[in-house]
Design a binder for this molecule. Structure first.
Ligand code: ZLV
Ligand code: CA
Ligand code: ZN
Length: 378
């Protein structure tokens, strides 16, 4: 049964698998699951685990995964290994496996772990035993029904939203990864039960190439996809202004019964693949803003390629979600060397990339995005 009346302390369920950080995409690949181990160590060193219920996630079953993905694609993910991959070379291009999405040791186990954690995290919300669920290993928003894409093989977000839809009439998906949340948008493009909103870099060329402002959904889903295309170097002030004004209007018009927030940390300044200028405080301010609507909330990871900053960011966001302020001085922990030379939670990350978003561009964008909301039902 759902708890009522208590506004000061949300029940926060935190999903972490001890082994998930040991998978390797490959030596030169930017996606480093080790960032999950690093994040978990910081969370524990700040004692934040004492403010949450900690769960070892269950592996997703093939049946659960096939509620979204095609059976032949999952059969391929299950069978292919680095040793036998030559026998499968004909279908590599069909399933988009290769450079971005390599075959690595334990790849399908890795998928079952991060997807099982997202499904379990969603289930804590549907059965009312948590107000907020966190899975930093999830948020792999590019995976499609029949293909891998952009470091993502199984779309855990779609699976998590399916679970939420068994209980909640309307689910809002919000994506602050620097890349467009194309896989989630595509999965729910024709329904009005899921509204997707992505903030991302867009110029038609930056991966995955989609997410223009005129992608708004189709059929019953028309106006239920929203895209906020940004240019290089966006700063804290412009991003927060846009995020708050757009999300406040979205939530007031769509009136979601639950929210899924993808917290890709590649939108931070100094990211190895990204080109925005956000501080960890600003990224976290978006999380706080969504939390303050007090709706059942599923919080997921995503991108993030400067791994010391990913760990800082997701630790800070965990502290926001459990409502516990943490010191800027990192507590001693066995991975402290990653955080030299400053050993702070909030290093300076801005100013590396020139801000190409003029005030005029931001104001115009806000007006155009808000225009789309006038068409929502209700
Ligand atoms: O953060 O990749 O640009 C969620 C997420 O949103 C591409 N991929 C595609 C188009 C042609 N390929 C490039 C193929 C390169 C394969 C290896 C890299 C290796 C080293 C350094 C950077 C990359 C790379 N790949 C940078 N950007 C890409 C993107 C995929 C981005 C996925 C973002 C995933 C987890
Ligand atoms: Ca995004
Ligand atoms: Zn990304």
């Amino acid at each position: 049964s759902r708890r009522i009346g208590n506004h000061s302390s949300d029940i926060v369920a935190y999903f972490h698998d001890e082994g998930v950080g040991n998978y390797h995409y490959g030596e030169r690949h930017p996606m480093k699951p080790h960032r999950l181990t690093l994040t978990n160590h910081l969370v524990i060193s700040y004692d934040l685990h004492k403010k949450m219920e900690i769960f070892q996630p269950r592996r997703a079953t093939e049946e659960e995964i096939m509620s979204f993905h095609a059976a032949d694609y999952i059969d391929f993910l299950k069978r292919v290994t680095p040793e036998n991959m030559n026998n499968f070379s004909k279908v590599f291009s069909r399933y988009n496996v290769g450079d971005d999405c390599p075959v690595f040791d334990g790849m399908f186990d890795f998928c079952k772990i991060y997807s099982g954690a997202t499904i379990d995290a969603a289930r804590k919300l549907t059965n009312g035993s948590a107000d907020i669920s966190i899975n930093w290993s999830g948020g792999l928003h590019h995976a499609k029904r029949v293909e891998a894409s952009g470091f993502c093989y199984v779309n855990d977000i779609v699976l998590g939203i399916f679970e939420l839809l068994t209980h909640f009439p309307r689910v809002l998906y919000v994506d602050i990864d620097i890349h467009h949340g194309d896989g989630v948008q595509e999965a729910f493009y024709t329904t009005d039960r899921v509204m997707t909103v992505s903030f991302h870099k867009y110029n038609g060329d930056f991966f995955p190439g989609t997410g223009d402002i005129d992608e708004i959904g189709s059929g019953f889903g028309k106006h239920y996809s929203l895209n906020v295309p940004l240019k290089d170097g966006i700063d804290d002030e412009s991003y927060i202004y846009l995020f708050k004004s757009v999300m406040e209007a979205v939530i007031n018009s769509f009136r979601p019964s639950a929210i899924v927030l993808q917290c890709g940390a590649d939108s931070l300044g100094c990211d190895r693949l990204g080109c925005f200028n956000l501080s960890i405080k600003a990224h976290g301010e978006c999380v706080r803003f969504i939390k303050d609507f007090k709706l059942p909330l599923l919080v997921l990871g995503g991108g993030g390629y400067t791994i010391r900053n990913v760990a800082r960011c997701w630790t800070y966001e965990t502290s926001i979600l459990v409502d516990h302020e943490v010191s800027n001085d990192l507590p001693y922990n066995e991975y402290i060397d990653f955080f030299q030379p400053d050993y702070k939670l909030h290093p300076h990350l801005s100013g590396k990339v020139e801000n190409m978003n003029t005030m005029q561009y931001i104001r115009n964008l806000r007006i155009k995005v808000l225009e789309h909301l006038r068409f929502l039902n209700g």
